[in-house]
Design a protein around this ligand. Structure first.
Ligand code: ADP
Ligand code: MG
Length: 237
């Protein structure tokens, strides 16, 4: 957990850093669109998303922040897997769609729904980096292990996987132990971490990234520091 919170906060911090950013909400529940107060794109059904470049562009919305645009989601995105199944090269369709947007933006950020699906395989093929929040618990560690294995078994490049510690509470022994183990087991875990924080939780009530209402809070600084780390990874690609 913490995918959407991270996508939203990285999107804004990267935009403030001078990058032209497009945040693409791929989750039918549309949480990142909600945080940016952008209405669901009722006209851009999943089928059009995949086949009509022009329509897709028309549905990109400006956010309230400079340099940051949003492509909102809608409920029809729950059908992505069915659509992909009917297409040839069913795991490479998203890459094709994103290609034409690449020239307009410095950074395309995809907020994905959970689970490993055909949509996520499209993401694995399209993305340069796959950010994976890991809560320092046994279950979350196991989920990262499954994802890693899936990459290996299906010939995806495991170097794309960028795990980071999310919702961390270092007052608990388990969080400390699991964090240490993760850093030992996975060389590419980001050094920074996102703390468990009531201030991050308030994003829902505020309908805004943390920078909009608590810019100086430690949790906001953690997202900023993690973005710097990510920027280095992106530059090294
Ligand atoms: N670091 C954090 N500390 C406290 N609450 C968090 C943190 N990150 C996310 N949350 C809260 O947990 C819930 C799920 O987070 P979210 O980012 O939407 O997860 P995902 O997109 O992975 O399902 C949200 O209510 C969010 O506000
Ligand atoms: Mg989410």
């Amino acid at each position: 957990m913490g995918k959407t919170a991270a996508a939203v906060n990285f999107a804004l911090t990267a935009a403030e850093d001078g990058n032209r950013v497009l945040l693409i909400d791929l989750d039918p529940q549309g949480a990142s669109s909600f945080y940016f107060r952008v209405k669901p794109s009722s006209k851009l059904k999943a089928k059009l998303f995949l086949s009509e470049q022009e329509k897709l562009r028309q549905n990109i919305r400006a956010s309230d922040y400079a340099n940051l645009d949003i492509l909102p989601a809608n409920l029809s995105y729950r059908n992505f897997d069915v659509m992909f199944k009917q297409m040839s090269r069913s795991k490479h369709q998203l890459r094709k769609v994103l290609k034409s947007l690449k020239s307009d933006y410095d950074l395309l950020l995809l907020d994905c729904p959970p689970s490993i699906s055909l949509l996520s395989e499209n993401v694995f093929n399209a993305a340069d980096l796959v950010l994976v929040p890991v809560i320092p618990t046994t279950l979350s560690e196991r989920t990262l292990g499954q994802l890693w294995r899936f990459f290996k078994d299906n010939d995806y490049d495991t170097r794309k996987i960028c795990p980071f510690l999310s919702m961390v509470n270092y007052r608990t022994r388990m969080h400390k132990d699991v964090s240490e183990r993760l850093h030992k087991d996975y060389k590419r875990v980001l050094q920074g971490y996102i703390p468990l924080s009531a201030e991050i939780e308030k994003m829902g009530a505020q309908r805004a990234p943390i920078f909009a209402y608590a810019r100086n809070h430690i949790a906001a600084k953690c997202y900023q520091m993690m973005w710097s780390e990510l920027r280095n990874r992106i530059e090294a690609l």
